[in-house]
Design a protein around this ligand. Structure first.
Ligand code: NAD
Length: 309
């Protein structure tokens, strides 16, 4: 399987490493408008692969080199700068997506390829990528709230002193400030969260739940404060998504695809053909209302781009 990564900055190079480490992919191709950077990343990763698996890793200087890719990861574009508004970031990265899709499409098979969008603002850019590429929505997948859900599982696991792998809890909606925690569908070891709390005698008050949501929303900013950007978490999320697709695993992941005119994260079954089904989790009226607000926020960011395509 051949995976292309477009945009080999902090995120793209960490994604390349994480994908190499899955051991599932035999060819990784890197492209960046900064060709020197892409070549250096390929060189470095090539040396790393001499210690474990013999993966073919190369940098290409134009889009023809991406021909035959089964999966294309888009991690090109800017991070939100201090003081920069979401619409400003959207405009900047919409130009990047426009550039990428116009060059990419003549070189990939739209019926076979799966695009993975990582660049922010994630959900609006999934909508733009799908619109500009014309690829069917189940094949244009944003990592969405996979990372946010991982952050939530990490916090809950710590709270209860258990393994993250035993926590089944999802963050839904926008990959951003309006995402929600779907408390009413959360389970631990197959036991509804409320029952679990009673059994282990660790209550989860509304105030604690609010703090947890605040921590999930603030996680990226905290990391950026300490190391300038985030890359390891998102790289692991992309590698997990690639693994799910490459092995047709049909696991449930909170990815973002366009459906009913908007892209947002819901629990979706992901396999070799992309998203094969979307699930409607149990929600309280208040969770539904918050999810609706999140959808409105995504639509607002995308609105100026509605006429494109
Ligand atoms: P970075 O600045 O380190 O790297 C961006 C790279 O994109 C650069 O190498 C640049 O040369 C390249 N690039 C820009 N325009 C291009 C174009 N038109 N064609 C090809 N390459 C181009 O940034 P980063 O830290 O790697 O972040 C990349 C994106 O990922 C940002 O939008 C960031 O917000 C996003 N991100 C998303 C998540 C998530 O959970 N979805 C997590 C972390 C970061």
């Amino acid at each position: 399987m051949k995976v292309a990564i477009i945009g080999v900055g902090s995120v793209g190079s960490a994604v390349a490493t994480a994908i190499k480490n899955t051991g599932l992919i035999n060819e990784i191709v890197l492209f960046d408008r900064d060709g020197v950077r892409a070549r250096a990343a390929a060189e470095d990763l090539g040396h790393a692969s001499a210690f474990d698996r013999d993966v073919k890793i190369s940098a290409v200087s134009n889009y023809r080199g991406l021909k035959g890719s089964d999966i294309v990861v888009i991690s090109a574009g800017a991070n939100q700068k201090p003081g920069q508004s979401r619409p400003e970031l959207m405009q900047a990265n919409a130009n990047v997506i426009n550039d990428i899709i116009s060059h990419l499409m003549p070189n990939i098979n739209p019926q076979k390829v799966i695009l993975i969008v990582v660049t922010n603002p994630l959900d609006s850019l999934v909508m733009l990528t799908q619109k500009l590429s014309g690829i069917s929505p189940e094949r244009v997948i944003g990592t969405g709230t996979m990372l946010d859900s991982a952050r939530l599982r990490t916090i809950l696991a710590h709270q209860f002193g258990i393994s993250k792998q035993s926590v089944d809890a999802y963050v839904l909606g926008e990959h951003g400030d309006t995402s929600i925690i779907n408390w009413s569908s959360a389970t631990i070891g197959g036991i509804a969260l409320n029952d679990f709390c009673k059994q282990v005698k660790i209550p989860l008050s509304q105030a604690t739940k609010n703090t947890i949501l605040h921590r999930v929303h603030g996680a990226a900013a905290e990391i950026i404060k300490g190391r300038g950007a985030t890359w390891d978490g998102i790289a692991a999320a992309v590698a997990d998504l690639v693994r799910c697709i490459a092995h047709d695993e049909r696991r449930i992941l909170t990815v973002s695809i366009v459906s009913r005119g908007v892209a947002l994260s819901l629990p979706r079954i992901v396999g070799g053909a992309g998203v094969v089904a979307t699930l409607n989790p149990k929600m309280t009226a208040s969770e539904s209302s918050d999810l609706h607000k999140s959808i409105q926020a995504i639509s607002k960011t995308f609105k100026p781009f509605n006429k494109i395509g």
